[in-house]
Design a protein around this ligand. Sequence first.
Ligand code: ATP
Length: 277
Amino acid sequence: MMNNAPGSPRPGPAPTPGRSPDPHTTAVHAENLTVTRGTRTVLRDLGFTVPRGQITGLLGPSGCGKSTLMRALVGTQAKVTGTLDVLGHPAGHPTLRTRIGYVTQAPSVYDDLTVRQNLDYFAAILNPGRAAADRRTEDVTRAIADVDLTTHADALAGNLSGGQRNRVSLAVALLGAPELLVLDEPTVGLDPVLRRDLWNLFHDIATDRGATLLVSSHVMDEAERCHRLLLMRDGELLADDTPDALRTRTGAATVEEAFLRLVDEAKAAARTKETTR
Ligand SMILES: Nc1ncnc2c1ncn2[C@@H]1O[C@H](COP(=O)(O)OP(=O)(O)OP(=O)(O)O)[C@@H](O)[C@H]1O
């Protein structure tokens, strides 16, 4: 749990025992989560939980605060206040480093190394020493196959397409078999076949490995592929529900339509509040 003073440079542990849901079933728990960037409050008073072993989609228009929320979760965002627990620890806790895989929007790969060399490098950081050499080779080969880059394993990362480079970053995140994968818009720039294959991989990772995935997107049709959704707009949470429940509750045929109805409801509520002041 975390209750940071505004302006603190990093989320720091300040446990409040007994208030969080069971960390065996809950991967992320947030209460009154607020983030300031510069002089702007970009996340306002968020409260939600992310269940373990499922895919939760973080959806909302560009600039609504998805990346900021992900940065707060992995402990790289300053000026975070409120409660944010991740895998039973305050966000940013050192023991979380090897338990979370985080893929940013900008692929973090070395252009002058091949795909395999990139993976070998990160595998050596995760599992150093000669004794782990065989395990590293296995892990690297599996991660490259997971993201469907086996035929490009010996290509220089600098010669790959944008989508392929994104997949190298994803393979790096998969190396340590993380319990929580935080993926910031992983399907941007991918063709429909690769998008489908990646979503199938996300489901395999959740089902076969029991991992939790938090995947951001501003493409609403990807919402239908998630077990649960966090719908955001302007730094606020509009909904925390399953796609089915959202459609039923709003009487909408699609999640996109449900989102638009929730936006209209929020605007109407804000107008009512304004006129009754
Ligand atoms: N360094 C910064 N200083 C001040 N404001 C910032 C900074 N970085 C981002 N912001 C603002 O914070 C808000 C949330 O940005 P964020 O990148 O989290 O949105 P997003 O939903 O991930 O957008 P996208 O889908 O385009 O990546 C935006 O309004 C953005 O302008």
